[in-house]
Design a protein around this ligand. Structure first.
Ligand SMILES: [Zn+2]
Length: 126
């Protein structure tokens, strides 16, 4: 593996996508199943191509492109999980000026909030 790229976030994602496509392809009948199976194998082939590639610059650029799409998605799910976890004690809302997430204890009525990001003051019902 000397000089090879190895695994990164995109390699992991394409491997998981290939696995899912192969599993769905195996339970589907006919041409659709065959197509999904071949597509899954194509994802595997791309994964191994990227892992064994010596062209670090190009692979790094592909990974950066993937992360630019993946990070906002992961962040959205992470925020939803946090909101759900704290739902009994905190109310989450966004600053009307900069859209940054804010948090306040529940049950305090209508309170004045100052955004930590931009300093904007606004009223928020908790
Ligand atoms: Zn703000």
């Amino acid at each position: 593996m000397a000089g090879r790229r190895g695994t990164d976030a995109l390699a992991l994602a394409t491997m998981i996508a290939g696995l899912v496509l192969c599993l769905i392809g195996q339970i589907c009948w006919g041409w659709v199943g065959l197509f999904l199976l071949l597509l899954g194998y194509a994802f595997y082939a791309y994964t191994f191509f990227r892992m064994l590639s010596r062209n670090w610059v190009k692979r790094e650029r592909e990974n950066a492109w993937f992360l630019s799409i993946w990070r906002p998605v992961a962040s959205w799910f992470s925020m939803r999980r946090t909101i759900w976890k704290d739902r009994k004690f905190y109310k989450y809302f966004r600053c009307p000026n900069c859209r940054a997430w804010q948090r306040a204890p529940r049950g305090k009525g209508k309170i004045q909030v100052r955004c930590r990001g931009c300093g904007q003051e606004f009223y928020q019902k908790t």
